[in-house]
Design a protein around this ligand. Sequence first.
Ligand code: PLP
Length: 491
Amino acid sequence: MATGSIRSNALGLVLEPSDPRPLYVQIADQLVETIEEGRLKPGDRLPAMRELARDLDCALVTVSQAYELLTARGRATSRVGKGTFISETRDRGEPFARRWEPDLGRLARAERMEGVMEQLTRATAPGAINLANGHPAPETFPLQDFARAFHRTLVEDPPELMQYRGASGDPDLCETLSGLLRGRGCQATAADIIVCSGAQQAADLVATVLLDVRNVVASESPTYSGTLGVFDARGVTYVEVESDGDGIRPDDAERVFAEYRPRLLYVNPIAQNPTGAVLPQRRAKQLVALARRYDVVILEDQTGWQLTYDAAARPPLAAFDTDGRVIVMESLSKSIFPALRIGYLYCKGALADALELAKARTDVFTSTLTQRALWRFMNGPGYARHLRSARALYIERRNAFVEALARHVPWADVRPPAAGLNVWLPLPPRISTQAAFDACARQGVLVMPSEPFYPTRQGPPALRLSFGHLTPEAAAAGVERVGTALSKLIE
Ligand SMILES: Cc1ncc(COP(=O)(O)O)c(C=O)c1O
């Protein structure tokens, strides 16, 4: 029941020309405030529209829209012939209070890099040299060639290509990617490729299809933390397989397979992140044979195979696969540039069908515009030129970095990486990774602690140092600071 008509001036509504909100929204918002402050109570009748329009010097339609908005928000009710009244709804006028949180559970909170990213942010002082981030060198990004490729895509491709399309990827790009795999000994066809939005999505799709809470995942250790983060979120249990300077050890893989019967083995055979190891072909063959014997699926991360420095890349494990149990994933972030957000999966059979459905569920398909430009780039002369110059630049940086380590950290047992953008620096057992990180930060250099790279987050103290994005001068200065910091801990 109405308790009285309120005049607009009594409500103190003000229209502010500089306010970016439309006038009717300003009126509605101020009326909500008035309700929440208790100056308008349930049942009160709002001023007649004509009256309010006159007092506020605005059009009648503005007030009418404001009242409609208020009604749509459930704050007012209009009664034909009688006017608009403040609603009786319960809880009306109570400010929003956050009293409820969804039960996210253990898995959503487990964040492999969380503490590390915070530490890195805290340690980022002006002038700090970043050896932590593992990024490729922007000066290698073939942006002019891509500008042309995008332009041609927009003007030459028929509009139908920009329509909704199948989830597995642009057929021309899939053909190009499968051609590269055929050149490395795989029996790949375009139909076996699923183009993904980065390798991160590729790993997530594999986890969606294959992994459930408490499934056992065997993994080399240390290994790429981004993929481990995906597996963490599924609640898997890890069993680590030992590695040496040549990557994962098949004899230990056999022990793990026999003892734990894992569902999946994750391996990073070329440009191993973080160590830079390259798996010998004999080991690759042995691992595939073992996976067959113990019925394990292998996810091999071929990211960075284009950036081997001392010899051409060896065939993927998938080249030795005879029954479709090896899934290849690759990111083009390192070999071309990260902003593409392009990676892919190569696999066959029912697994491929399930992965394609998972891809369609996740984001329908990866940007055709980017895929078509990438296809043009990869089939033009710029691609080979780009890879040659990127490799030459990284070899120079790798050599300078390893030399700087020999000079400034002479006690370190460092293997020059045969591929990739990282060096793994094992620390003497009595130095904790945390102490090394802190000492380096005090010296003005950021380094990556080893724990996120261990599936179980525990392992010998070590640091990952990245050289790809730094000039040899900056990298040498960074390594010198690492040497100074660590020598203080060793003394
Ligand atoms: C071994 C490895 N796999 C996957 C990725 C992730 O690639 P993307 O940028 O496509 O998600 C990286 C990136 O650092 C990597 O080093």
